[in-house]
Design a protein around this ligand. Structure first.
Ligand SMILES: [Zn+2]
Length: 93
């Protein structure tokens, strides 16, 4: 069982670009649930930039993803986005 980790100040820093992430909440009907998570909305983030290239080359899809971290359960992963402004209305900080 994964141990909950609370590393404090570093939890909201993106490990891919070193920028502070935004507090983000998915819509009620989305699979992400109504739990605030940290999402890197930096358009210069390598994770996000490489996501476009990867999805185009591998799946011929014009989408990417942003780095997401759930401080509640310590889980992190990709948050799929279809444009540079996608999901920004979920930013709550
Ligand atoms: Zn980032």
């Amino acid at each position: 069982m994964a141990e909950k980790k609370f590393s404090g100040a570093g939890d909201d820093v993106c490990p891919y670009c070193g920028k502070k992430m935004r507090r983000w909440v998915g819509s009620l009907e989305s699979a992400w649930g109504f739990v605030p998570q940290f999402v890197c909305f930096n358009d210069e983030c390598a994770y996000y930039i490489e996501g476009w290239e990867w999805m185009r080359s591998q799946f011929k899809q014009n989408v990417s993803y942003r780095y997401r971290f759930n401080p509640d359960n310590g889980e992190s992963g990709p948050l799929p986005v279809w444009s540079g402004d996608a999901l920004k209305d979920g930013i709550v900080d």
